[in-house]
Design a protein around this ligand. Structure first.
Ligand SMILES: C[S@@+](CC[C@H](N)C(=O)[O-])C[C@H]1O[C@@H](n2cnc3c(N)ncnc32)[C@H](O)[C@@H]1O
Length: 397
């Protein structure tokens, strides 16, 4: 990158052109409208500071801040990389620092390949009124503004400081969409009804205000996530009083909604480990790989709602653990020698429920995620298999 402002702008333009070519090459960027938007919006303006992440040998991820001051050339090059960059740790309580540090990511700029894929999947016609939830850095908001014009874009962000920063960056480029601070689940009724609703965080279910604020014929695009961390990217078509659509895949994943409450794992895990010592092993037909299959996990999430999943390895044994807040637990232990055994304890027989789910899932021909669908009505989100007449279960909060 050169020293003058013009040279820096030229370097950014070249990097943007290279990004556009990459996104076209991998087919995430498919139409001229979005090509123009990605070519026009300078991603580096939305990434004045972000974190690179390195996974340590201790299994802990450490984050190092990158900005114009740490190394201007590297900062600019990385800003145009097709990568997700964490932009906030611990709700902003951990400030950027050039020393590597630990923390929980609470906001990020999603990789452009996913941002653009979703915008293409949204099938936005001219003059569509769009609600985005999860403003974050404001980059995807800027793409919407570039494509549609500011008056057609409303974006909701939970974190007031992030929303204000996004607003300043957008204004510096001449964009003034409606930015709202609040829970995206509430939408923004005063700017509705919407033709398109797009979520860039992952909720557990489609909130009923989105349905209420969507016009008949609208599209809702969202990546849902359940307690077992299986993601489902769904495109819903809004009809009269309900929205319906199929799962596409599990490749689009975001941070959880800030309103999602997960139980503290530490105490549940410690209690489960104590109880495991006295539990009798069960023979099982479940192969460990099944417990990483998103399609199976979607059925399992419905069968054991509220259950968390994690993996622990020690002494040549991998344990795939399932923990419920009521103290129920199950584990599938697989040894390096290929042996597997299951154990369970607590008030709910979690392993028995997972076995039953696996058996039903097999009897349906081990369906992939594309055979799953969702119907959203005022009060319920119902997941079904193949057609809405074959419900699998209802999504909770
Ligand atoms: C992956 S980031 C968004 C990426 C953003 N669209 C971009 O292009 O930079 C997810 C954002 O959603 C926000 N968020 C999470 N839960 C939310 C909620 N319930 N309501 C509104 N915003 C939420 C987070 O604060 C975070 O900034």
């Amino acid at each position: 990158m050169g020293n003058t402002l013009e040279e820096a702008e030229e370097a950014a333009r070249e990097l943007r052109t290279a990004l556009v070519e990459e996104l076209e090459h991998d087919n995430s960027l498919r139409t001229p409208h979005w090509r123009d938007a990605v070519s026009a919006v300078p991603r580096h303006v939305f990434l004045p500071s972000f974190y690179t992440a390195v996974d340590g040998s201790d299994g802990i991820t450490r984050y190092t801040a990158v900005n114009r001051d740490t190394d201007a050339q590297t900062w600019l090059r990385l800003a145009y990389q097709n990568t997700t960059w964490v932009t906030q740790l611990d709700h902003g309580l951990t400030q950027p620092n050039s020393e590597p540090r630990t923390g929980t990511p609470t906001s990020s700029s999603t990789l452009p390949g996913v941002v653009v894929r979703m915008l293409e999947d949204l099938d936005v016609p001219d003059r569509a009124n769009v609600l985005e939830v999860g403003t974050g850095t404001g980059y995807s908001t800027a793409l919407l503004c570039a494509r549609l014009g500011d008056r057609y874009v409303t974006s909701v962000e939970h974190d007031a400081a992030l929303s204000a920063a996004a607003g300043e960056r957008l204004a510096s480029l001449g964009h003034r969409p409606r930015l709202v601070v609040g829970d995206g689940a509430e939408g923004c009724p005063s700017s509705g009804p919407y033709d398109r609703i797009i979520a860039t965080y992952s909720p557990a279910r489609v909130p009923s205000p989105w349905l209420a604020q969507a016009r008949p014929g609208a599209v809702i695009l969202v990546s849902l996530v359940g307690s077992l961390d299986a993601y489902g990217y769904v495109k819903l078509h809004v009809g009269d009083g309900e929205a319906q659509g199929r799962f596409i895949d599990s490749d689009v994943s975001f941070m959880l909604s800030r309103e999602t409450r997960r139980p503290a794992i530490g105490p549940l895990m410690r209690a489960a480990l104590r109880s495991r010592d006295n539990a009798a092993g069960l023979d099982t037909a479940i192969h460990p790989d099944l417990l990483d299959d998103p399609a199976f996990l979607w059925s399992a999430q419905l069968a054991v709602p509220g259950t968390t999943r994690l993996r622990l390895s020690a002494d040549r044994v991998t344990g795939r653990w399932f923990l419920h807040p009521d103290g129920s637990w199950a584990v599938l232990e697989s040894g390096n020698d290929g042996t597997t055994r299951a154990f369970q304890g607590g008030p709910r027989a979690l392993w028995t429920a997972l076995e039953a789910t696996a058996s039903t899932w097999s009897s349906h021909g081990r369906p992939g995620l594309e055979r799953y669908g969702l119907t959203v009505a005022a009060e319920t989100n119902t997941v079904w298999l193949d057609d809405p007449g074959n419900p699998l279960g209802v999504l909770g909060e």
